[in-house]
Design a protein around this ligand. Structure first.
Ligand code: TIU
Length: 221
């Protein structure tokens, strides 16, 4: 059985037919200039290190013919899945739905809500459009995982303490065994990333495991 012996807080193992790579919100709106994150005043350089790491994990999962699930945080053009509270939160230069250089901010089908080229899904891979931070909320995620008998999730993406952590906590409550890839996730706030990685594995892995991408790649050899 594939094993990550040095995962934190202790070894992690998974059945090769029951694992998936989850790539959370690797979208132009978060990673590139002119998108949602920049309109919130975030420093985009902070999210760049995880991009080649996720690309490498995607390559390895494809080579091993293992499933990859991509999520994108976005809303319907008519705002029917966008709470007013979310649209009004903060003081962004451009609100969700406003027109920016990459089209309407965080609206499904617009260039900004699409994936960055480095982490672009293959056409046969599942893409989940999610209106919330939790990938299970109002999506087909849980049904897909159950149908494919996937029980173990290798989690990557942005941002660590927002959509990534929220999804991992909600997966844990549903009984999935999750590993967050330490160098396959980034935050606009490095101290939040550091604390999130620690908090998830504290108390004997209260939410799950963390491991480096090299450790994950080795487990697939
Ligand atoms: N703002 C921020 O850090 N994140 C989000 O709004 N969404 C995700 O984390 N994807």
């Amino acid at each position: 059985m594939p094993t990550i012996p040095d995962a934190k807080p202790f070894h992690y193992e998974f059945g090769i037919d029951h694992v998936a790579l989850v790539c959370i919100d690797m979208q132009r709106d978060f990673c590139q200039a002119g998108g949602f994150a920049e309109s919130l005043g975030d420093d985009l350089s902070k999210l760049q290190p995880c991009i080649p790491v996720i690309a490498k994990l995607q390559e390895a999962f494809r080579k091993a013919e293992l499933p990859i699930i991509h999520t994108k945080e976005c809303h319907k053009p008519d705002f029917s899945d966008l709470p007013t509270a979310k649209r009004n939160r903060g003081n962004p230069k451009l609100k969700i739905g406003d027109v920016g250089p990459m089209g309407r901010i965080l609206i499904d089908g617009e260039p900004g809500a699409d994936f960055i080229p480095e982490c672009y899904p293959q056409e046969w891979e599942l893409v989940i459009s999610k209106p919330g931070k939790d990938t299970f909320y109002n999506t087909e995620f849980d049904d897909y995982l159950k149908m494919r008998k996937i029980t173990h999730l290798i989690i990557t993406g942005v941002t660590t303490e927002v959509c990534v952590q929220t999804t991992m906590r909600c997966a844990n409550d549903r009984g999935y065994d999750c590993v967050l890839v330490e160098d396959g996730t980034d935050s606009f706030f490095p101290e939040f990333k550091e604390m999130t990685l620690k908090a998830l594995v504290a108390q004997g892995g209260i939410v799950g495991w963390t491991a480096t991408s090299d450790q994950v790649l080795k487990s697939l050899e």
